[in-house]
Design a protein around this ligand. Structure first.
Ligand code: NDP
Ligand code: OXD
Length: 309
């Protein structure tokens, strides 16, 4: 019987993905990655797998993320040379677009200002502009980011985008690579980060980047925690270089109670909730790839390891 090992702490903490995979794959033995039986595992299903995982799982032929991100796998120097797959679907991108649209409207229509004013009982209308007068930039135009850009465009916003290749998107002003970053950032009112975590994007949201934005610009961060230098964010907010931030992902999750972002008046903390894929869909996508592996059929949603995402 083929063996599947489940490794790490899970995104969807209340649900045992192992139990659901076992139901969906009755011909497989589903074990924990630390079990003795995991030594024979052909598949590792991972989220922040603990150190030592790969020394134990020497028979693995496929590593599968339970999320869209694969940084926990590709950033692991002990990861063996096997295909790495992720889960992704159109609904995940739609969920993310709902979150980002809400954040954009929140800043565009000045809900941040009236929420602060309410505490002081101040009756004052914030500026009332049409979406077309508000420039929003999306960093990362992949499966999710491209959908964000077109959703914002269809809602009437003046949308800019930035990616490695600068691949065009209809109705969006797209810039590419390091050379395009300055032109992308310079005119933005709201910056949305939807980048994967790689060696190039680690720490990208820091002092140097904030200084290239228009004073008072807002940040919406839904990529990965280590892309944001939290101290630089606090400094930029306190100096007025940034006008506000909504942050969904953090270096340490759950965000520790003593983290300064919890109490900062210009920060909204959300608990890595921007887009969550339903467990049955995650299980289906993983199971489908397990079946393909056994049948020697091409795997789906394989990431390009050389690109780092
Ligand atoms: P994709 O891999 O489909 O796309 C990545 C995009 O980022 C591409 O457009 C790519 O450029 C661009 N990119 C990568 N590296 C660079 C770089 N150095 N400079 C400029 N652009 C770069 O990713 P997804 O859209 O599926 O997801 C993005 C990330 O979102 C995930 O990796 C995950 O970390 C995060 N995520 C967060 C969630 C949340 O709830 N907060 C939920 C799901 C995902 P190019 O087009 O040229 O290849
Ligand atoms: C993911 C995430 O990568 O939720 O799917 O961040």
């Amino acid at each position: 019987m083929p063996v599947l090992a489940v490794a790490g702490a899970f995104l969807h903490s209340n649900t045992s993905i192992g139990e659901q995979l076992a139901k969906r794959l009755p011909g497989w033995s589903v074990v924990k990655s630390t079990d003795e039986a995991a030594r024979a595992a052909e598949v590792a299903v991972c989220w922040n797998q603990p150190p030592g995982t790969w020394e134990h799982l020497r028979a693995v032929r496929m590593a599968h993320s339970i999320g869209a991100g694969v940084d926990h796998l590709l950033g692991d120097p002990a990861l063996p040379d096997v295909p790495v797959c992720r889960v992704i679907d159109d609904d995940l991108a739609r969920r993310m677009a709902e979150y980002v649209l809400w954040c954009t409207l929140y800043y565009h229509r000045g809900f941040d200002i009236v929420a602060r004013n309410q505490r002081e009982k101040i009756w004052q209308r914030p500026p009332n502009r049409l979406a077309g007068q508000v420039s929003v930039g999306v960093m990362g135009l992949g499966q999710i980011g491209a959908h964000l850009a077109t959703t914002l465009r269809d809602a009437g916003y003046d949308v800019r985008g930035w990616s490695r290749s600068g691949k065009p998107i209809d109705g969006v002003r797209v810039h590419g690579g390091d050379a395009g970053l300055g032109a992308f950032l310079g005119e933005l009112e709201i910056l949305v980060c939807m980048l994967p975590l790689t060696s190039e994007t680690t720490g990208i949201l820091g002092h140097e980047l904030f200084a290239r934005l228009r004073p008072g610009a807002k940040l919406v961060h839904c990529g990965r925690g280590p892309q944001l230098r939290e101290q630089d964010l606090v400094a930029a907010l306190d100096a007025g270089q940034l006008g506000g931030a909504i942050v969904d992902v953090f270096d340490q999750e759950p965000l520790p109670p003593d983290n300064a972002l919890w109490a900062h008046p210009k920060v909204m903390v959300t608990p890595h909730m921007a887009a969550v894929m339903p467990i049955p869909e995650v299980v289906n996508q993983i199971a489908e790839n397990c079946e393909r592996l056994l049948a020697n059929a091409p795997l789906l949603r394989v990431v390009e390891r050389a690109a780092g995402y």
